[in-house]
Design a protein around this ligand. Structure first.
Ligand SMILES: NC(=O)c1ccc[n+]([C@@H]2O[C@H](COP(=O)([O-])OP(=O)(O)OC[C@H]3O[C@@H](n4cnc5c(N)ncnc54)[C@H](O)[C@@H]3O)[C@@H](O)[C@H]2O)c1
Length: 447
């Protein structure tokens, strides 16, 4: 990890009425190293006094560093990646998904023991139904004064799926207002999407991910060997997020998925019964998906722009996903498939391209249709909600071909209704009318 950091805040006083207000910015620059808080974050600002002597204006920018690393065998004691981060800090404070803890407790503890680094873990059940402020609060108790008293420059280690990365990432954003974290995404979704994402959150009432903060990990470690223990339904679920980047940004990735996607699902990304070729393809698919995602997400960390291809499939689904309790990837896949039909109706893609997109989703066992999209009131409400969130400009990513997309500004109700009709008609010929395999959440957490 690079330790370089630019100089610190700069104050510019253009006009002041009282000379004793003048702040010399060179003082800050001189002491930048001495007073530095964090090796990952930098903040700069300008202050300008206004001639009236009664007001001044401030502008500030914030810089962060975030690294994404593909690593093989991160818990092998001889692998230096984690030791290099935690050795000098004298300990590692970790938040670990409960299932991951059951499966990897021994290798995790052994790694830190062999590297002579004290490890303290908080094991957290992180079902979708646990994605709520209470869970964030529990993690904060572990991190805070009554728990490990994590310093504001001590990266917490988070190990788990997308639910944990969202809630524990949010807890880190709240601890000391911003505490860094290192993310090991152990599900496909967390490895290639939720893990490196800056969008930490919990669910709000009937609107997913409604409450949160922009706080990306300082390092994301992706080790596909974790997928060996992931149930196949979750491998499939993660494929949806890879397809979304393939459709909107990377034609080569799309073609790789058309050729190898089903084998990647069957072999848990080349963890079982895989030849050298499939191992290479698995690494390439993960790398391309991550690169494509971070090319857009990582350069727009605070969502200050709405040209976000990775929101493809996520326009209507945040409203219907929790209602019918679909797994996230299946909900996204329904959203992508409907979006492809909508793009066809709008003349943005050809019928052949639409058919390839829907066929690819379906070939992975993902849902491409769910009757919930026939609930016009709910779908229009979804549009209204998402427009309010994203702004009224160009807000809905839709494909313009295989590997490219653009953004729709207006989807009139009539167009949406006719796209749903057309999509229903298309999917009637699919096995089971486009229903996916194991598409519903199994952890409803009703106990
Ligand atoms: N912040 C973002 O940008 C973003 C992006 C995509 C998805 N998400 C969120 O991510 C969540 C979905 O993530 P997910 O699919 O990882 O779900 P998840 O976190 O619920 O993990 C799926 C299941 O797999 C288990 N698991 C995780 N790793 C395992 C492993 N290696 N072996 C065996 N079991 C393992 C978990 O305990 C869980 O039961 C949703 O809540 C979604 O909203 C967020």
């Amino acid at each position: 990890m690079s330790n370089t950091i630019p100089s610190t805040s700069v104050a510019v006083i253009e006009k002041v009425n009282k000379p004793d207000f003048i702040f010399d910015p060179s003082i800050r620059r001189e002491h930048a190293e001495k007073y530095r808080t964090s090796e990952w974050y930098d903040g700069r600002g300008e202050i300008r006094a206004v001639e009236d002597g009664r007001s001044f204006q401030i502008s500030a920018t914030f810089t962060l560093q975030s690294e994404v690393k593909l690593v093989n065998g991160v818990l092998d004691p001889s692998n230096p990646v984690l030791a290099e981060i935690y050795k000098s800090r004298g300990r590692c404070i970790a938040v670990v998904d409960h299932t991951v803890d059951e499966l990897y407790k021994e290798p995790l503890e052994n790694y830190f023991k062999q590297n002579d680094i004290p490890l303290k873990t908080f094991v957290c059940r992180a079902w979708e139904s646990d994605k709520n402020p209470d869970t964030v609060h529990k993690i904060l108790q572990f991190l805070g004064k009554d728990g490990c008293d994590v310093s504001r420059n001590e990266p917490v280690l988070i190990i788990g799926g997308g639910v944990l990365s969202d809630v524990a990432g949010l807890a880190c954003s709240l601890q000391h207002r911003r505490t860094p974290y290192v993310m090991i995404g152990t599900s496909v979704v967390a490895a290639i999407d939720a893990g490196p994402s800056p969008r930490t959150c919990t669910n709000g009432n009937f609107f997913k991910n409604g409450i949160g903060a922009y706080h990306p990990p300082v390092m994301t470690i992706v080790d596909r060997s974790f997928f060996s223990t992931l149930p196949k339904g979750h491998i499939r679920n993660g494929m949806a997020e890879i397809i979304k980047m393939a459709v909107t940004d990377d034609r080569v990735l799309f073609e790789l998925l058309e050729e190898y996607g089903q084998r990647l699902v069957e072999t848990h990304f080349a963890n079982f019964n895989a030849d050298d070729e499939l191992v290479k393809v698995a690494d390439e698919v993960i790398y391309r998906a991550l690169y494509s995602y971070m090319k857009h997400e990582g350069t727009n960390m605070f969502e200050t722009y709405q040209d976000r291809p990775h929101a493809y499939g996520h326009t209507w689904s945040p409203r219907f996903e929790p209602v019918v309790k679909l797994m996230h990837g299946h909900a996204v896949s329904v959203g992508m498939s409907l979006g492809a039909t909508l793009a066809l109706e709008m003349g943005w893609i050809t019928k052949n391209e639409r058919d390839r997109i829907v066929a690819l989703c379906s070939s992975m066992g993902l849902s491409v249709y769910h009757e919930i999209i026939e609930d016009t009131e709910l779908m229009l409400q979804a549009q209204k909600n998402i427009r309010r969130k994203r702004g009224s400009g160009l807000w809905a990513p839709l494909p313009t071909g295989i590997g490219s997309c653009s953004f729709a500004g207006e989807v009139p109700p009539d167009l949406l209704i006719s796209a749903v009709e057309e999509h229903k008609h298309l999917c009637a010929d699919f096995p089971d009318q486009g229903k996916g395999e194991e598409m519903y959440l199994s952890d409803l957490g009703l106990e």
